[in-house]
Design a protein around this ligand. Structure first.
Ligand code: SF4
Length: 327
């Protein structure tokens, strides 16, 4: 049986809003508001939503780049908040991140060899000769060549730079990779190559992925399960197949109806959502999606819907579904 590598419970991140000369706290931005999920070893969990839905903040909390306001993160059987400094350093080796903009995340003044060697130096892995060997090995693993180690980031195309970003994330032999919109900045033709590379590496190196994206089309092929986030909350979580064939939450339906389908005989219910995403500093009451939802009912403005499993492995937070999952 597969076991979870990562368990997240009740995760929250509230940022204070400071106003006036004295910087008094006048409110909070609820960037992530009570999110729970798990990721099994070797699987890919896609997290999807519009910008500002909290998906990247969630990723940054998992990396401990941001401290959660509340909630727990359990990685490989241990609560991250309970780890000593030394244990946390080790955990950081095992959780790595691939960023959206590979150019911005690679130091332009350092050669690729130096960029790839850096995480090994930081974590005290190997001597100079072993580190050089590992740099070459990982350049080759991501489809580049040993001579690229001497070049600089500006000498590479966007796709090649993302390969370097992936190689850098792999240098410390991580178990979990958090990929935050890793292909969004790339041309469509290059996106598929990078996604294929990530899938091959996953099999080869037994990696677990959290794949963050704003586009359901992109995460479809790589994800085993997908979570849809809206305004800091997880509104639907299901295995990929049931989410794509039978999305339940009106927001997921709307996101999916915007994804082009290559089959001309396939028709999907078109759901258009109006307006912009509300401000997370002043989210709507009840269901935060009610200001844009075409199915809004009276209860929706008053009661927060709870993420509930309505079919095996398929959870949704919406008042349209009762406990039996009937609409
Ligand atoms: Fe729409 Fe109500 Fe469901 Fe929210 S709870 S998504 S407003 S039907």
């Amino acid at each position: 049986m597969t076991e979870p590598l990562l368990k997240v419970k009740g995760l929250k991140k509230y940022f204070p809003i400071h106003r006036g000369m004295l910087g008094k706290v006048s409110g909070q931005v609820k960037a992530v508001d009570d999110v729970s999920f798990y990721v099994n070893k070797g699987e890919t969990l896609g997290i999807v939503g519009e910008s500002g839905c909290g998906k990247s903040t969630t990723g940054r909390m998992l990396m401990r780049l941001l401290e959660p306001t509340e909630g727990s993160i359990e990685f490989d059987g241990k609560l991250l908040s309970d780890l000593s400094k030394e244990e946390m350093r080790k955990a950081r080796r095992e959780i790595q991140m691939v960023f959206q903009d590979p150019y911005a995340s690679l130091n332009p003044r350092h050669s690729i060899g130096k960029i790839l060697e850096e995480p090994l130096i930081v974590h005290g892995i190997g001597d100079a000769r072993e580190r050089k060997k590992k740099v070459i090995e990982f350049l080759e693993i991501v489809g580049l060549s040993s001579y690229h180690a001497k070049r600089y980031p500006h000498q590479f195309s966007g796709g090649q730079r993302q390969r370097i970003g992936i190689a850098r994330a792999l240098m410390t032999n991580p178990k979990l990779i958090i990929a935050d919109e890793p292909v969004s900045a790339l041309d469509v033709s290059i996106q598929a190559q990078v996604l294929n590379l990530m899938q091959d590496l996953q099999k080869e190196l037994k990696l677990t992925y959290i794949f963050i994206a704003h586009d359901l089309g992109v995460v479809r092929h790589i994800s085993d399960r997908v979570g849809v986030m809206y305004l800091g909350k997880m509104v639907e979580l299901a295995d990929s197949e049931s989410l794509y064939s039978n999305p339940l939450h009106p927001y997921s339906k709307a996101l999916l109806s915007a994804v082009p389908v290559p089959d001309p005989n396939f028709t999907r219910e078109q759901i258009l959502i109006k307006g912009d995403i509300p401000s997370p500093s002043n989210p709507p009451t009840g269901c935060t999606f009610h200001t844009r939802c075409p199915f809004k009912m009276e209860i929706c403005t008053k009661v927060v819907p709870v993420l509930t499993e309505v079919e095996k492995g398929h959870s949704v937070a919406c008042h349209l579904y009762n406990e039996q999952g009937q609409q």
